[in-house]
Write a protein that binds this ligand. Sequence first.
Ligand code: HEM
Length: 526
Amino acid sequence: MPPPMASQLLEFTATLGFITFSFLSIAFAAIILYVVASIISFSIFYIKESIQKADRPPIAGTVFHQLIYFNTLFDFQTNIARRHQTCRLIGPSHSEIFTADPANIEHILKSNFSKYSKGQDNYLIMKDLFGDGIFVVDGKKWRHQRKVASYEFSTKVIRDFSSVVFQQNAAKLVRKISDAVNTATMIDMQDLLMRLTLDSIFKVGFGVELDTLSGSNEFGVRFSKAFDDSNSIVFRRYADIFWEIKRLLNIGLEAQLKRNLKVIDDFVYQLIYHKREQLQSGREAKSKEDILSRFILASEKDPENMTDRYLRDIILNFLIAGKDTSANTLSWFFFMLCKHPLVQEKIAIEIREVTKFEGGRTDIMEFSACLSEEVIDRMHYLHAALTETLRLYPAVPVDVKIADEDDVLPDGFKIKKGDAVNYLTYAMGRMTYLWGEDAEEFRPERWLENGVFRPESPFKFIAFNGGPRICLGKQFAYRQMKILAAALLHFFKFKLDDESKTAAYRTMFTLHMDKGLPLLAYHRLY
Ligand code: HEM
């Protein structure tokens, strides 16, 4: 017979084992039940919807196809768009409409703005990471954030301040790449650009010098990785109908997301705390110019609604807006320049002509300081090459709105309340019915008329969205991308480390290059 202590331990272990076993059995039974219920409801919906009505968009598959083709999702959507300009995938409870028709897009984003929203499902998927930030919310919360942020982006102070930050960061990157050239080392351009745009948005948006480019800020690098991974996991939820169960059970990617969110929250709350302290002590008079300071000041007048959690959400939304979009676009831009060396040369010539900076002069600070707003505005070919990159590799490859009421699209198809209407930005750039026979070719000249950049309708070239929710940072983004590109292409020529590298992406909210962008840089010899 075991001694009393041992027997208590045995009893405790047995009880614990029993509780764990019961919990797992219940969880397992719940999953089975959920799967069976989903299959039954989906079958009923499928049969109902398959009885094709002429006024509903044609069925191109089921929502499960998106999970099957997840790794090449945007190409799957491109193939669908080639067959039907508007169509739908059907799911257990509602249809996912897909459209590549500019008239339909103008209808949902502008003319009938009030009938469409981001929707509750979208909110549930995004809220763990993006909370109540501008990308996720509608109505009053959206209007408030849009108003404060629009004011910010329109001020001359921000324009001038951001130009200086971009010039300084461009000089830092040139020095870093110069070191790599001198030691004949390969660079991962995407990684460098992600760090640099993170540093820029932290400085301009939050008045903080993060310096992840040098790699010396361990917390900044850890935060950045946690943010990128979370972005990817949250996007996956759109294609995984079981994500809520996985979240409840805290398993797989959902468990990873929870760990990442802790890293992100700790970092951001500290940032808010320090910023508040600086503002209260009056140590940072200048920081009142950054976006976070303006929101913190506003929160003092409305502490009940504008809690630290709300400020945290605002920060993370501006981060995804400002960091990944510009870094990804620049990565694809350099990738395209390596594939099209003639375009690379043409841009270098334009930079030299516009800046009138002699080839032999090597002062990096002097060069980047001459990249004023007025100077970069005259770089039409560079502007066209960046825009052409966005046409083929849009930073936000697909976007969606939910119908809040029944509607009819301009092409005559009926939309039911609750339908998700996806507009296929990545696919649209490849459609011959929109861009002509050479739609899939990278040709910056298509944007120029007598050497001057000529914009397209925002509903055909939808990379920056359109209507009342058009991107707030468009000018900001072009300013940063043009300053960085001009500085890099003035000093270096770039080649792919592996000439056979193909244009593979990682499926997430933003069009991230898969496996980075390993490049070799060479000093430009004039
Ligand atoms: C190449 C760079 C960029 C591209 C392609 C881009 C594209 C977009 C797109 C497609 C949207 C609509 C997203 C949605 O439906 O929710 C959007 C919204 C937005 N963008 Fe950008 N963006 C870029 C850079 C930036 C930058 C640098 C900032 C700020 C620093 C910014 C700030 C915003 C904000 C605040 C919104 C939300 C607007 C609203 O919902 O009212 N963007 N952007």
